[in-house]
Design a protein around this ligand. Sequence first.
Ligand code: MG
Length: 370
Amino acid sequence: MKITAVEPIHLRVPVVEAIPDGTLDVLVVRIETDAGITGIGEVTSQSYVCKACFEAPRSAARRHGLTSILIGEDPLDPQRLWEKMYYETNRYGRRGAAIHAISGADIALWDIKGKAEGKPIYELLGGAQRTTVRAYASVLFGDTPDDTAALAREFVELGLTAAKFGWGPFGKDAATDLAHVQAARDVLGEERDLMVDAGHAWDLPTAVARAELLAPLGIAWLEEPLAQDDRKGYAALCPISPVPIAAGEGDVTHYDFEDLIERGVHVVQPDVAFCGGLTVCRRVSDMCQTHGRRAVPHCFSTGINLCASLHWMASVPNGDLVEYCLRPSPLMRKLVKNLPPLVNGRVPVPAGPGLGIELDEDIIHEFRVK
Ligand code: MG
């Protein structure tokens, strides 16, 4: 089998606000083969830049566009092609937009392999540990603790058993932080998991103090308390923190995650449509397995990302958790025709070959950037 075409498709809703919402502007990647099998992937990054990473022509060594690297290759060994894409882009890639773009190609290659072998991707990644995955939803803290409590009530009514609150007014003042987390905990009760995303708010001494303040409320993890590049800070915080520390939604490649694990981060959060794809995610969960850590997908864009994350989590022994995005964007809610629903706080893993999804061509037509 040979790759005959690679099509990066830029989708964007008419109004994209400058808010942390990955559901408004995405790059879908379609890879076609001479066997008539088509693979689908997604990139959650700067779509214009990542589209150029595909379309750039062949150049001198290690600075080629991704399409020129992939055309004519056998798509059935995604890990070999990951190494080839990584190496052949390394003058402009390694840790930036080229890796984000590789994510979309890599997901599409796994989709092709699954379709060619008649197997869902989780079978290719090591077999099913489960056929549904527990969901958690995330939202910004409310303006007041009462607002935060109201948001928690919505999650309970949706049947979720885990919820994450972050950013917004959180992080500036200890008493305010405690009031918000207490408000969420009071509504969620002891039986549901509560995660807190600090949004890089603190320096090391403040992070230690806040972790100690929030620990009695039983939070499942404290996410990104420090700046993403404060690696020394994470190394100092993780061994003494009374709550598990999570990080990694902005990291790429298994090399970055190896570093986070070495620095003691308890929960790492690769985004499959950003970190380098399923090939990287599998390497990261294998490392987590070896080191007694946990990988939980960051997932906040379209149903393609959700389904790739579900296949990954279905195959990982301690992988029973996925972020489930509740944003109303049509790119999240309608792009994948058979978007897996939330059922009693869990999400079914698509059972068909490959990703097991079908895209809505009308949505692609409506939102495609011409
Ligand atoms: Mg986060």
